[in-house]
Design a protein around this ligand. Structure first.
Ligand code: CP
Ligand code: NVA
Length: 301
Protein backbone atom coordinates (compact mmCIF):
# COMPACT_ATOMS: atom_id res chain seq x y z
CA UNK A 1 0.00 0.00 0.00
CA UNK A 2 1.63 3.23 -1.21
CA UNK A 3 -1.29 5.68 -0.98
CA UNK A 4 -4.84 5.90 0.34
CA UNK A 5 -6.75 7.28 -2.65
CA UNK A 6 -9.93 5.16 -2.40
CA UNK A 7 -10.91 1.94 -0.60
CA UNK A 8 -11.30 0.00 -3.85
CA UNK A 9 -7.48 0.17 -4.21
CA UNK A 10 -7.06 -1.80 -0.95
CA UNK A 11 -7.39 -5.53 -0.34
CA UNK A 12 -9.52 -6.79 2.54
CA UNK A 13 -6.29 -7.78 4.30
CA UNK A 14 -4.93 -4.24 3.99
CA UNK A 15 -8.16 -2.80 5.40
CA UNK A 16 -8.09 -5.20 8.36
CA UNK A 17 -4.37 -4.44 8.83
CA UNK A 18 -5.25 -0.74 9.26
CA UNK A 19 -8.13 -1.53 11.65
CA UNK A 20 -5.91 -3.76 13.80
CA UNK A 21 -3.18 -1.14 14.00
CA UNK A 22 -5.80 1.51 14.80
CA UNK A 23 -7.02 -0.60 17.75
CA UNK A 24 -3.43 -0.94 18.96
CA UNK A 25 -2.77 2.80 18.70
CA UNK A 26 -6.00 3.56 20.55
CA UNK A 27 -4.93 1.20 23.33
CA UNK A 28 -1.46 2.73 23.49
CA UNK A 29 -2.85 6.28 23.65
CA UNK A 30 -5.29 5.35 26.41
CA UNK A 31 -2.46 3.81 28.43
CA UNK A 32 -0.02 6.67 27.81
CA UNK A 33 2.34 4.45 25.85
CA UNK A 34 4.50 6.75 23.76
CA UNK A 35 4.30 5.92 20.07
CA UNK A 36 6.57 8.26 18.15
CA UNK A 37 6.62 6.10 15.03
CA UNK A 38 6.90 9.14 12.74
CA UNK A 39 9.58 11.20 14.43
CA UNK A 40 10.92 13.86 12.09
CA UNK A 41 8.23 13.29 9.44
CA UNK A 42 6.12 16.12 8.01
CA UNK A 43 2.63 15.80 6.57
CA UNK A 44 1.22 18.54 4.33
CA UNK A 45 -2.56 18.93 4.62
CA UNK A 46 -4.19 20.64 1.63
CA UNK A 47 -7.77 21.79 2.22
CA UNK A 48 -9.95 23.02 -0.65
CA UNK A 49 -13.12 22.50 1.44
CA UNK A 50 -13.98 23.14 5.11
CA UNK A 51 -13.23 20.62 7.85
CA UNK A 52 -13.38 20.19 11.60
CA UNK A 53 -12.71 16.49 12.24
CA UNK A 54 -10.34 15.71 9.39
CA UNK A 55 -8.14 18.72 9.96
CA UNK A 56 -7.89 18.42 13.73
CA UNK A 57 -7.53 14.63 13.84
CA UNK A 58 -4.76 14.56 11.24
CA UNK A 59 -2.90 17.41 12.91
CA UNK A 60 -3.20 15.94 16.40
CA UNK A 61 -2.44 12.47 15.03
CA UNK A 62 0.84 13.56 13.44
CA UNK A 63 1.78 15.34 16.66
CA UNK A 64 1.08 12.23 18.76
CA UNK A 65 3.19 10.15 16.38
CA UNK A 66 6.13 12.51 16.92
CA UNK A 67 5.81 14.20 13.53
CA UNK A 68 4.58 17.54 12.29
CA UNK A 69 1.55 18.59 10.24
CA UNK A 70 1.40 21.62 8.00
CA UNK A 71 -2.02 23.14 7.22
CA UNK A 72 -2.16 24.36 3.62
CA UNK A 73 -5.29 26.20 2.54
CA UNK A 74 -5.90 26.73 -1.15
CA UNK A 75 -6.54 30.37 -0.32
CA UNK A 76 -2.82 30.67 0.35
CA UNK A 77 -1.31 28.11 -2.01
CA UNK A 78 -0.62 28.97 -5.63
CA UNK A 79 -3.07 26.17 -6.58
CA UNK A 80 -5.78 28.72 -5.76
CA UNK A 81 -4.27 31.00 -8.45
CA UNK A 82 -4.09 28.26 -11.05
CA UNK A 83 -0.71 26.54 -10.54
CA UNK A 84 -1.25 22.99 -11.87
CA UNK A 85 -1.58 20.33 -9.19
CA UNK A 86 1.01 18.19 -11.00
CA UNK A 87 3.59 20.98 -10.56
CA UNK A 88 2.61 21.70 -6.97
CA UNK A 89 3.02 18.05 -5.97
CA UNK A 90 6.43 17.71 -7.60
CA UNK A 91 7.59 20.64 -5.50
CA UNK A 92 5.91 19.50 -2.28
CA UNK A 93 7.40 16.00 -2.73
CA UNK A 94 10.84 17.59 -2.23
CA UNK A 95 9.86 19.00 1.20
CA UNK A 96 7.27 16.69 2.73
CA UNK A 97 6.97 13.00 3.68
CA UNK A 98 3.28 12.74 2.79
CA UNK A 99 0.23 14.76 1.71
CA UNK A 100 -3.36 14.61 2.89
CA UNK A 101 -5.76 16.41 0.56
CA UNK A 102 -9.45 17.33 0.76
CA UNK A 103 -10.77 18.50 -2.58
CA UNK A 104 -13.54 18.18 -5.17
CA UNK A 105 -12.37 15.99 -8.06
CA UNK A 106 -11.06 12.48 -7.39
CA UNK A 107 -8.85 12.97 -10.47
CA UNK A 108 -6.85 15.64 -8.60
CA UNK A 109 -6.03 13.13 -5.86
CA UNK A 110 -5.08 10.48 -8.43
CA UNK A 111 -2.87 13.08 -10.17
CA UNK A 112 -1.06 13.91 -6.93
CA UNK A 113 -0.18 10.23 -6.60
CA UNK A 114 0.83 9.98 -10.24
CA UNK A 115 3.10 13.03 -10.39
CA UNK A 116 4.38 13.14 -6.82
CA UNK A 117 6.85 10.81 -5.16
CA UNK A 118 5.40 10.67 -1.63
CA UNK A 119 2.31 8.94 -0.13
CA UNK A 120 -1.01 10.68 -0.81
CA UNK A 121 -4.04 10.36 1.49
CA UNK A 122 -7.56 11.25 0.37
CA UNK A 123 -9.22 13.33 3.10
CA UNK A 124 -12.53 13.49 1.11
CA UNK A 125 -13.44 14.13 -2.50
CA UNK A 126 -16.85 14.34 -4.17
CA UNK A 127 -16.33 10.65 -5.02
CA UNK A 128 -15.29 9.09 -1.72
CA UNK A 129 -14.22 9.46 1.92
CA UNK A 130 -11.98 6.50 2.76
CA UNK A 131 -10.60 7.87 6.07
CA UNK A 132 -14.11 8.29 7.44
CA UNK A 133 -15.11 4.76 6.51
CA UNK A 134 -12.00 3.24 8.09
CA UNK A 135 -13.07 4.94 11.34
CA UNK A 136 -16.64 3.72 10.80
CA UNK A 137 -15.52 0.12 10.33
CA UNK A 138 -13.32 0.37 13.42
CA UNK A 139 -16.29 1.66 15.45
CA UNK A 140 -18.70 -1.00 14.24
CA UNK A 141 -16.17 -3.73 15.02
CA UNK A 142 -15.62 -2.26 18.51
CA UNK A 143 -19.34 -2.38 19.27
CA UNK A 144 -20.26 -5.62 17.51
CA UNK A 145 -17.08 -7.69 17.90
CA UNK A 146 -16.87 -8.60 14.21
CA UNK A 147 -18.05 -7.19 10.89
CA UNK A 148 -18.81 -10.41 9.06
CA UNK A 149 -22.46 -10.91 8.16
CA UNK A 150 -23.68 -7.59 9.62
CA UNK A 151 -26.24 -5.56 7.70
CA UNK A 152 -25.30 -1.91 7.16
CA UNK A 153 -28.10 0.35 5.95
CA UNK A 154 -27.22 3.75 4.47
CA UNK A 155 -30.08 6.23 4.20
CA UNK A 156 -29.86 9.28 1.94
CA UNK A 157 -27.72 10.66 -0.86
CA UNK A 158 -25.67 8.23 -2.98
CA UNK A 159 -22.66 10.44 -2.32
CA UNK A 160 -18.99 10.11 -1.29
CA UNK A 161 -20.02 8.45 2.00
CA UNK A 162 -22.33 5.94 0.31
CA UNK A 163 -19.62 5.05 -2.22
CA UNK A 164 -16.97 4.37 0.42
CA UNK A 165 -19.38 2.56 2.74
CA UNK A 166 -20.41 0.18 -0.04
CA UNK A 167 -16.80 -0.69 -0.85
CA UNK A 168 -15.52 -0.79 2.74
CA UNK A 169 -18.57 -2.63 4.04
CA UNK A 170 -18.50 -5.35 1.40
CA UNK A 171 -14.72 -5.78 1.55
CA UNK A 172 -14.98 -6.46 5.28
CA UNK A 173 -17.80 -8.99 5.00
CA UNK A 174 -20.91 -6.89 5.53
CA UNK A 175 -24.12 -6.64 3.53
CA UNK A 176 -24.96 -3.12 2.45
CA UNK A 177 -28.45 -1.77 1.78
CA UNK A 178 -28.70 1.75 0.36
CA UNK A 179 -31.98 3.66 0.51
CA UNK A 180 -31.89 6.67 -1.79
CA UNK A 181 -34.11 8.46 -4.31
CA UNK A 182 -33.53 6.73 -7.64
CA UNK A 183 -32.04 9.86 -9.22
CA UNK A 184 -29.40 10.12 -6.45
CA UNK A 185 -27.78 6.68 -6.63
CA UNK A 186 -24.16 5.92 -5.74
CA UNK A 187 -21.43 5.75 -8.39
CA UNK A 188 -22.37 3.46 -11.28
CA UNK A 189 -19.08 1.54 -11.38
CA UNK A 190 -19.08 0.95 -7.64
CA UNK A 191 -22.66 -0.29 -7.84
CA UNK A 192 -21.75 -2.65 -10.71
CA UNK A 193 -18.80 -4.06 -8.73
CA UNK A 194 -20.89 -4.42 -5.58
CA UNK A 195 -23.79 -6.11 -7.37
CA UNK A 196 -21.41 -8.82 -8.60
CA UNK A 197 -20.59 -9.69 -5.00
CA UNK A 198 -24.32 -10.16 -4.29
CA UNK A 199 -23.94 -8.05 -1.13
CA UNK A 200 -25.60 -4.79 -2.22
CA UNK A 201 -29.23 -3.77 -2.47
CA UNK A 202 -30.40 -0.34 -3.58
CA UNK A 203 -33.97 0.78 -3.11
CA UNK A 204 -36.01 3.95 -2.81
CA UNK A 205 -37.93 2.28 0.03
CA UNK A 206 -36.15 3.17 3.27
CA UNK A 207 -38.29 0.78 5.30
CA UNK A 208 -37.17 -2.32 3.45
CA UNK A 209 -33.54 -1.15 3.53
CA UNK A 210 -33.66 -0.68 7.32
CA UNK A 211 -35.33 -4.04 8.01
CA UNK A 212 -33.12 -6.11 10.34
CA UNK A 213 -30.15 -3.72 10.04
CA UNK A 214 -27.30 -3.86 12.57
CA UNK A 215 -26.12 -0.36 11.66
CA UNK A 216 -28.11 2.61 10.36
CA UNK A 217 -25.96 5.30 8.75
CA UNK A 218 -26.84 8.64 7.25
CA UNK A 219 -25.24 11.81 5.92
CA UNK A 220 -26.35 15.27 4.80
CA UNK A 221 -28.71 15.73 1.85
CA UNK A 222 -26.48 18.41 0.27
CA UNK A 223 -22.72 17.92 0.46
CA UNK A 224 -19.99 20.54 0.34
CA UNK A 225 -20.02 22.11 -3.11
CA UNK A 226 -23.76 21.40 -3.62
CA UNK A 227 -25.04 24.45 -1.76
CA UNK A 228 -26.87 25.74 -4.86
CA UNK A 229 -28.94 22.52 -5.02
CA UNK A 230 -30.10 22.80 -1.41
CA UNK A 231 -33.79 23.57 -2.08
CA UNK A 232 -34.12 20.96 -4.81
CA UNK A 233 -32.44 18.34 -2.63
CA UNK A 234 -34.64 19.15 0.36
CA UNK A 235 -37.59 18.19 -1.79
CA UNK A 236 -36.02 15.05 -3.24
CA UNK A 237 -34.81 13.70 0.12
CA UNK A 238 -37.84 14.51 2.28
CA UNK A 239 -38.56 11.38 4.34
CA UNK A 240 -35.03 9.97 3.99
CA UNK A 241 -34.57 10.36 7.70
CA UNK A 242 -33.52 8.12 10.58
CA UNK A 243 -36.36 8.49 13.06
CA UNK A 244 -38.00 6.38 15.76
CA UNK A 245 -40.21 4.59 13.28
CA UNK A 246 -37.26 3.56 11.09
CA UNK A 247 -35.30 2.44 14.16
CA UNK A 248 -38.15 0.10 15.09
CA UNK A 249 -37.51 -1.86 11.87
CA UNK A 250 -33.81 -2.36 12.57
CA UNK A 251 -32.41 -4.88 15.07
CA UNK A 252 -33.18 -3.87 18.69
CA UNK A 253 -29.45 -3.30 19.36
CA UNK A 254 -28.80 -1.44 16.10
CA UNK A 255 -26.16 1.30 16.13
CA UNK A 256 -26.63 4.70 14.49
CA UNK A 257 -23.67 6.36 12.80
CA UNK A 258 -23.21 9.73 11.12
CA UNK A 259 -19.98 11.06 9.64
CA UNK A 260 -20.95 14.60 10.81
CA UNK A 261 -21.68 17.45 10.53
CA UNK A 262 -25.37 16.51 11.02
CA UNK A 263 -28.53 18.39 10.13
CA UNK A 264 -31.07 17.44 12.78
CA UNK A 265 -34.59 17.41 11.45
CA UNK A 266 -33.38 16.52 7.96
CA UNK A 267 -31.48 13.20 7.63
CA UNK A 268 -31.82 12.35 11.35
CA UNK A 269 -34.13 13.44 14.16
CA UNK A 270 -32.70 15.13 17.24
CA UNK A 271 -34.16 12.35 19.38
CA UNK A 272 -32.36 9.54 17.53
CA UNK A 273 -29.13 11.53 17.26
CA UNK A 274 -29.00 12.16 20.99
CA UNK A 275 -30.05 8.60 21.86
CA UNK A 276 -27.06 7.35 19.83
CA UNK A 277 -24.62 10.15 20.65
CA UNK A 278 -22.18 7.62 22.16
CA UNK A 279 -21.99 5.68 18.88
CA UNK A 280 -21.62 8.87 16.85
CA UNK A 281 -18.94 10.53 18.98
CA UNK A 282 -16.96 7.30 19.40
CA UNK A 283 -17.04 7.19 15.60
CA UNK A 284 -15.71 10.76 15.45
CA UNK A 285 -12.97 9.92 17.96
CA UNK A 286 -11.94 6.91 15.92
CA UNK A 287 -11.03 9.20 13.01
CA UNK A 288 -7.92 9.98 15.05
CA UNK A 289 -6.91 6.36 15.65
CA UNK A 290 -7.74 5.08 12.16
CA UNK A 291 -5.85 7.91 10.47
CA UNK A 292 -2.83 7.46 12.72
CA UNK A 293 -2.80 3.83 11.56
CA UNK A 294 -2.91 4.97 7.92
CA UNK A 295 -0.09 7.45 8.56
CA UNK A 296 2.10 4.80 10.20
CA UNK A 297 1.43 2.31 7.38
CA UNK A 298 2.29 4.88 4.70
CA UNK A 299 4.97 7.10 6.21
CA UNK A 300 7.00 4.84 8.53
CA UNK A 301 10.20 3.63 6.88
N1 CP B 1 -16.66 13.74 8.81
C1 CP B 1 -15.78 14.65 8.41
O1 CP B 1 -14.96 14.41 7.49
O2 CP B 1 -15.80 15.82 9.10
P1 CP B 1 -15.10 17.19 8.71
O3 CP B 1 -15.75 17.67 7.45
O4 CP B 1 -15.32 18.09 9.87
O5 CP B 1 -13.62 16.93 8.47
N1 NVA C 1 -21.06 14.12 2.15
C1 NVA C 1 -20.48 15.11 3.00
C2 NVA C 1 -19.52 14.48 3.96
C3 NVA C 1 -18.88 15.41 4.94
C4 NVA C 1 -17.91 14.72 5.84
C5 NVA C 1 -19.79 16.17 2.17
O1 NVA C 1 -19.10 15.80 1.20
O2 NVA C 1 -19.94 17.35 2.45
Amino acid sequence: MKHLLKLSDLTSEEIFGILNLADQLKYERKNNIRHHYLEGKTLGMIFQKSSTRTRVSFEVGMNELGGYALFLSDRDLQIGRGEPIKDTVRVLSRYLDGIMIRTFAQQDVEDLARYGSIPIINGLTDYCHPCQVLADLMTIREYKGSLKGLKLCFVGDGNNMANSLIVGGIKTGMEVAVACPLEYQPDEKIVAWARETGKLTITADIRSAAEGADVLYTDVWASMGQEAEKAEREKAFRGYCIDTELMSLAKPDAMVLHCLPAHRGEEITDEIFEAHADDIFDEAENRLHAQKAVLVKLLKR
